[in-house]
Design a protein around this ligand. Structure first.
Ligand code: AMP
Length: 512
């Protein structure tokens, strides 16, 4: 799609309006979404490159390395010095951007790209990023990893004031805020806009002159700066640099805005200085194990989590069996510390997508059976320790414990290399509502019974921090955000507070 450079404000995309016919903003329905439907929560990866003759092709390869961060849709916007071009597709990067024709339709030396996995129902093309708008200063494309905790509130305000929205993503709010700022310089407009945001955002943005990156004041989601033969790159993770042979330069800091243009790379710090609180779940599950996040190898951290877990909650068993692939590094660490041999007691079919991304519970249940098979030769007659990185709904664990028993395991001990997830995430990791989190509704013995294991243990919160090289969690100034395990959300949850208040008001109204 050729987006041109002038004309009215428009957002690229343009498929049909919301399938369920709900209003896009305003009214209770919208806020209910946040409470009940998770709809605006996203998992994503971003990539951007400046001044490279094959900007779009490099972006597609970078996104391919970030595919684990979102598998539902991918998009690239390029700029060729005159016009912006956009290709946004549902599906995997490899499918969406494999034919040379698509890349040929994305000419130019600069590009930004995005991979996305949104939760329930929101696979519409018009939500696929990067979003694009024609502003009075020229075209502006933005890709967002993270989730705003005041996105709905801002959207309602904007709509009340006459803004027309076309997507259901909170990212669109950023376009509007930039459009409304009256600051003379573009960078100041961008900064004006992000000052209004609460929650998590790692952004890549493209204008006709600049590639811009930004990380929220706490640095909740990751963003790194790289360089390919002198062409600056922004990416969610270092694995996207490795795949194209680019050099890692540094992490973008929390609260930093980085502007890349003809004059080079400039850094701005528009927020009051704050201690970073990157999300600990990147290390536990989200990031790819070969990435280095915040200076730490994700693989080594996961292995350490397994080591600490083996010390905290040892098990008497014949073999350590990882739940593939998520439990592999932790199981290796567990095995090395316990001295119990590591064996592949479960074989994964690599041609089935992640269980978690199947939209309904029944399909999710089936997915687990399709995805894993028992390796009877390892399991039969043995006492085994299953190791996984996390337990969310418990779906995977129930199936796998049963599968191990069916394959003749004598005893099945389950070890989880993270603490119980008792709180939903509001910052861009897809977790279900609280009532579907096993650890929020069951105590340890209840969970053990639910998954059918002979014993069950989780890594402690301090254990996670020990695995990261600290003595434990700093109770005064926690080094990370670990809200999923502690309920300690590091930003206001404005949308949620509004939704709860509305719900209480309507309950009161019903009661009176
Ligand atoms: P569950 O079966 O619901 O308990 O989910 C646990 C499994 O899902 C583990 O194997 C994790 O590796 C994986 N997992 C954890 N968090 C997420 C997430 N946010 N998105 C997708 N998968 C996840």
């Amino acid at each position: 799609m050729d987006l041109g450079c002038d004309g009215p404000i428009s957002v690229a995309g343009g498929d049909s309006f919301r399938a369920d016919g709900e209003p896009l903003a305003g009214g209770r329905a919208d806020l209910d979404l946040d409470l009940n439907g998770d709809r605006l929560r996203e998992e994503c990866g971003v990539f951007g490159i400046y001044n490279h003759p094959e900007a779009a092709a490099i972006t597609a390869i970078g996104l391919h390395a970030l595919q684990h961060r979102g598998q539902e849709a991918a998009g690239i916007v390029s700029y060729d010095g005159r016009r912006f071009h956009s290709e946004r597709r549902l599906g995997l990067v490899g499918d969406a951007f494999s034919d040379a024709g698509v890349i040929a339709r994305l000419p130019g030396d600069s590009a930004v790209g995005h991979v996305r996995y949104s939760t329930t129902g929101e696979t519409l093309l018009r939500n696929v990023q990067p979003l694009f708008a024609e502003l009075d200063a020229g075209g502006f494309a933005v890709g967002h990893n993270g989730n705003l905790t005041n996105g709905l509130t801002l959207r309602r305000q904007l709509v009340r004031e006459g803004a027309i929205t076309q997507s259901t993503t909170d990212t669109e709010v950023i376009l509007h805020l930039v459009a409304r700022s009256r600051k003379p310089r573009f960078v100041d407009r961008f900064i004006d806009a992000i000052r209004t945001l609460e929650g998590a955002y790692s952004l890549v943005a493209l204008t006709n002159k600049k590639l811009i990156g930004a990380r929220d004041p706490l640095g909740i989601r990751p963003l790194v700066l790289g360089s390919l033969d002198g062409s600056p790159i922004l990416a969610s993770e270092t694995c996207a640099l490795d795949i194209i042979g680019a050099r890692y330069v540094r992490d973008i800091e929390n609260g930093e805005v980085i502007v890349i243009d003809e004059e080079g790379v400039q850094s701005f710090k528009p927020f009051p200085e704050m201690a970073p609180r990157p999300c600990i779940f990147e290390y536990i599950y989200f990031a790819r194990p070969d990435s280095v996040v915040g200076g730490r190898s994700v693989y080594q951290v996961r292995k350490n989590m397994g080591r600490v877990l083996a010390t905290e909650s040892p098990a008497n068993a014949d073999v350590i069996v990882p739940v593939p692939d998520s439990g592999v590094p932790a199981a290796i660490g567990f095995s090395q510390t316990s001295g119990i041999p590591y064996e592949l007691g479960i074989i994964r079919n690599h041609y089935v997508g992640r269980t978690f991304i199947q939209p309904t519970q029944s399909i999710r249940d089936q997915g687990v059976r399709m995805k894993h098979s028992a390796n009877r030769s390892v399991v039969e007659g043995k006492s085994i320790v299953l190791v996984d990185d996390s337990l969310v709904r418990g779906t995977t664990s129930v199936k796998i414990v049963q599968m191990m028993r069916d394959a003749g395991a004598k005893e099945v001990h389950f070890r989880i290399a993270s603490p119980p997830i008792t709180h939903p995430d509001y910052y861009g990791i897809d977790t279900p509502d609280r009532d579907k989190l096993l650890a929020a509704t069951h105590d340890l013995e209840g969970m053990r019974r639910y998954i059918g294991a002979d014993s069950l243990a989780f890594l402690s919160v301090d254990g996670v921090y020990r695995a990261m090289g600290f003595e434990g969690r700093d109770p005064v100034k926690p080094q990370f955000t670990d809200h999923c395990f502690t309920g300690d959300y590091p930003t206001p949850l404005t949308d949620r507070a509004g939704a709860v208040a509305q719900q209480q008001l309507s309950l009161l109204a019903e009661a009176s």
